[in-house]
Design a protein around this ligand. Structure first.
Ligand code: WT7
Length: 655
């Protein structure tokens, strides 16, 4: 790793924000939780697992004998859907609202109680069984944020079938790759989706994606927008035909704790996305535990809102499994934050009385740019806790978030985790931690993380003055919601996460970090070829492969450059083939559109530069670090290993 050094900035001496005495007094988690976990880690996780309802109790906590393939609570059995739905009804809370659903069109709303959710999930489970689904089968879910998407996920979980949710903003090509890799038998989708007031087709992309599929038997379609869809008789089925007439009686079967629960594809350093595998007991244990303690939820009174999409892991863990396992009431919003106006989120907070709001730094910065007068027009006094996830939150945005959303009072939990970790790993506990704006602070009770140098030596806490070295963020002990592998590729799993510190047996997260003066963790971002665009993970290789897929492109190199709004933005450098038509300018627009079509609009490069050559080392590796210098307008770093340092004059000239 190139050792970065950081000058002590104001942030290292900035004041910290302790919780108010009133918040601490009522908080679910006190400092004792750290002591309890410290005293006996596995006993601590036993206690957390016992918050769930086990059909067959476990006697063993962790089997790490085949590391890095963990088994948590291996001899226990449980049903995830039962834990997220049925048991709340059985406890007498069937009338509690599970989901306040807010559609993108104004006044298009639905309220679903836990009893109603149980009926819907049972019906869907019966319908899926009728379609031949059995435990272990894979189901692709490609849907906007409609209640049926959550019902579909829970129905899969109830049957022990694995869902693979694919973000509805992804292209047909991306969907196809994911369906094929998982060999999905069923795809669940909608006719279309609303985006900024317009209905756009979704089913069309599914038709395209399954054209050559050997595995897909049916496409189950929820009618959402009413737009016309093409129909293949026998293969395509309407949700309202198949699910609505199914019985509400369904007995959940208990599955082994290590039974697979879902796959979620995420970008790695190559062009091929990885199917991250999560399993049952450990995942639900940590999802539920972190949701309860980090968000301090009071199921009887809180109205919780996580603004993520179910297409990402945040939606899996903090919309579906965490909140529902804890029996809370939550808001689920279908649309974009600024539709029909930039008041939308504030209106929802006000109208639903949202008490806990969990969002991404990029959205906070968007609101910041729009100005505080928008928030000022709304009563946000119901909010008592704020959360952040997806990328480091810059201290300025943190303070603005607390001032404008939190009346200068609410705690903010900056939660560090990954698709692979399954749930939150590093975060303040809101009633305990003196939070520092911009730092995710310390590992949660039961979790162990360290920042180490190239040789695996733990770094020293920083100081208030002088330079602080950064290092690798590693997880040195297994945790319950850890990924259990990459679908179909155990070697890639070991190579990607466990090879950097193989000797020590540590998981390397791909992030660089440094310690602050009190030993708190400051995550600096990815140090591999993975970019973070508005909290979305996109690999440079994926975008490069979409670019060279265009007939006019000879070579492409992609880097993530710092962007005020989105954290990072995609900058591409391409060499055109002599045969490329239409000149550089038309090509640039065509290529930007091509990437959006091949991957997703979120992967559309901010800028594409047509260059005569790319900077390469003697071994032929593209020097991305130098391209990043160019993209960010910096002086060039060390160019001594380049074959031809003069290429930069040409690259600069093209900017
Ligand atoms: C990467 C994981 C976690 C769910 C959403 C993203 C970055 C995430 C933080 C944070 C600093 C963060 C890391 C991580 N990241 N949260 N609070 N502070 N960085 O999940 O797509 O798997 O991405 O997001 O770089 O490795 P993901």
């Amino acid at each position: 790793m190139t050792t970065l050094t950081f000058m002590a900035s104001n942030d290292t001496v900035a004041p910290s924000y302790p919780p108010s005495a009133a918040f601490s007094e009522q908080a679910n988690a006190s400092a004792a939780l750290y002591d309890e976990a410290e005293a006996d880690r596995l006993a601590f996780w036993t206690t957390q697992a016992e918050r769930l309802s086990w059909a067959k109790p476990f006697t063993e906590v962790l089997d790490w004998s085949e590391a890095p393939f963990a088994k948590w609570f291996p001899d226990g059995k449980l049903n995830v859907a039962y834990n997220c739905v049925d048991r709340h009804v059985e406890a007498g809370n069937g009338d509690r609202v599970a989901i306040h659903w807010v559609g993108e069109p104004v006044d298009d709303e639905r309220t679903i109680t836990y009893a109603q959710l149980k009926d819907e999930v049972s019906k869907a489970a019966n319908a899926l069984t009728e379609l031949g689904l059995v435990a272990g089968d894979r189901v692709a879910i490609y849907m906007p944020m409609v209640p049926e998407a959550i019902v579909a996920m829970l129905a899969c979980a109830r049957l022990g079938a694995m869902h693979s949710v694919v973000f509805a903003g992804y292209s047909a090509t991306a969907l196809k790759a994911r369906i094929e890799d998982a060999e999905a038998k069923l795809v669940i989708t909608t006719d279309g989706q609303f985006r900024r007031g317009k209905a756009a087709s979704l089913k069309e992309a599914v038709d395209e994606a399954v054209k050559e599929s050997d595995s897909v038997e049916h496409i189950l379609v929820v009618r959402r927008t009413g737009i016309d869809v093409e129909w293949t008789e026998g293969r395509d089925l309407w949700w309202h035909d198949v699910v609505d007439r199914a019985s509400t009686d369904h007995t959940p079967e208990a599955f082994d704790s290590e039974h697979p629960l879902f796959l979620l594809y995420t970008s790695g350093t190559t062009g091929k996305p990885k199917g991250i595998l999560h399993t049952t007991g450990g995942y639900l244990t940590q999802s539920s535990y972190t949701h309860f303690n980090v968000f301090d939820v009071k199921p009887e009174t809180d109205v919780y809102w996580c603004t993520a999409d179910i297409g990402w892991v945040t939606g899996h863990t903090y919309i579906v499994y965490g909140p529902l396992s804890n029996g809370v009431t939550q808001v689920v919003y279908e649309g974009t934050p600024t539709s029909p106006t930039e008041h939308r989120h504030f209106e929802i907070i006000e109208k639903c009385g949202v008490t806990i709001y969990y969002t991404a730094p990029t959205l906070v910065r968007t609101f910041m740019k729009l100005g505080r007068q928008i928030a000022a027009e709304h009563d946000l006094s119901s909010l008592r806790l704020l959360g952040s996830v997806g990328e480091p939150i810059n201290p300025e945005a943190w303070r603005w978030y607390r001032t404008v959303f939190g009346a200068d009072e609410t705690p903010i939990v900056d939660t560090w985790w990954q698709t692979e970790t399954g749930s939150i790993m590093i975060s303040p506990l809101p009633g305990v931690t003196d939070a520092k704006p911009g730092s995710a602070m310390t590992p949660l009770p039961g979790i162990s993380a360290m920042i180490v140098d190239d040789d695996g030596n733990k770094l020293e806490p920083g100081t208030d003055h002088g330079e602080q070295a950064s290092g690798y963020l590693v997880l040195d002990k297994p945790w319950p919601s850890m990924l259990r592998g990459i679908w179909g590729d155990p070697e890639r799993f070991k190579e990607t996460y466990w090879s950097r510190f193989a000797e020590q047996g540590w998981y390397f997260a791909g992030d660089g970090a440094r310690y602050g003066k009190d030993g708190e963790i400051w995550v600096l971002g990815r140090i591999d070829d993975v970019m973070n665009i508005s909290g979305h993970r996109i690999s440079t290789a994926e975008v490069e492969s979409a670019l060279v897929g265009h007939s006019g492109v000879a070579e492409a190199a992609v880097v993530g450059a710092t962007d005020e709004q989105t954290g990072q933005a995609i900058c591409a450098f391409v060499i055109l083939k002599a045969s490329a038509h239409g000149g550089a300018e038309t090509m640039v627009e065509e290529l930007r559109a091509e990437v959006a079509k091949e991957i997703s609009p979120i992967a559309r490069p901010r800028e594409i530069h047509v260059v005569p050559e790319l900077p390469k080392t003697r071994s032929g590796k593209i020097m991305r670090r130098l391209l990043r210098d160019v993209a960010e307008g910096r002086e060039l770093g060390d160019t001594s290993t380049l074959v031809d340092p003069s290429v930069f004059e040409a690259i600069r000239a093209s900017k």
